[in-house]
Design a protein around this ligand. Structure first.
Ligand SMILES: [Fe+2]
Length: 177
């Protein structure tokens, strides 16, 4: 009897995502949209930092070549693997994942890699700033995920924060005398 009222809350097929089925995972439509929006910025930042790190792997020069060439490879491999779970979390929340240079350019908080390859230590400085920026993007979304009871997103953000803060520390250490 009481069940009858439940069916009235299911959105009409024409407006609902996923082939007419609503999404009923215990997070409101508004919160899912806001979290997906925040994750889209994290995806754009992560992808942009991935590409910059791969670029620096190709273009690094100087006496630290071997160390940095290999370190950047470890880092871009990790970043490349990280974009997939972020995009798929956006999909799980019922929203399309951005995946074009135009979208990433509009969403990212970090700049594209410089057109002319910088000196090795300047590359390291740029990557420190990039990892710190991605950490800020992930951290800014945390209160919303927490408030909405979105544990999978909070868990993903925690993992990404751990990686970006640790990588920023390692890169920063290279800049010390
Ligand atoms: Fe390579």
């Amino acid at each position: 009897m009481a069940k009858k009222t439940k069916t009235a809350t299911v959105p009409a097929a024409s407006t609902a995502p996923s082939g007419g089925m609503g999404i009923h995972i215990g997070i409101s439509d508004k919160d899912r949209a806001a979290i997906a929006g925040g994750l889209s910025k994290l995806l754009a930042d992560t992808y942009t930092l991935y590409l910059t790190t791969h670029n620096f792997h190709w273009n690094v020069t100087g006496p630290m070549f071997n160390t940095l060439h290999l370190m950047f490879m470890t880092q871009y491999t990790e970043l490349w693997a990280a974009v997939d779970p972020v995009a798929e979390r956006i999909r799980s929340l019922g929203h399309p994942a951005p995946g074009s240079y135009a979208q990433f350019g509009a969403l990212a908080s970090i700049q594209d890699a410089p057109a002319v390859p910088p000196k090795a230590l300047e590359m390291v400085r740029i990557l420190v700033q990039g990892h710190e920026a991605v950490a800020r993007t992930a951290r800014s979304l945390f209160p919303l995920a927490d408030k909405a009871g979105d544990e999978p997103t909070a868990d993903l953000l925690t993992q990404r924060l751990t990686v970006h803060e640790q990588t920023a520390w390692m890169l920063r250490s290279l800049l010390e005398e």
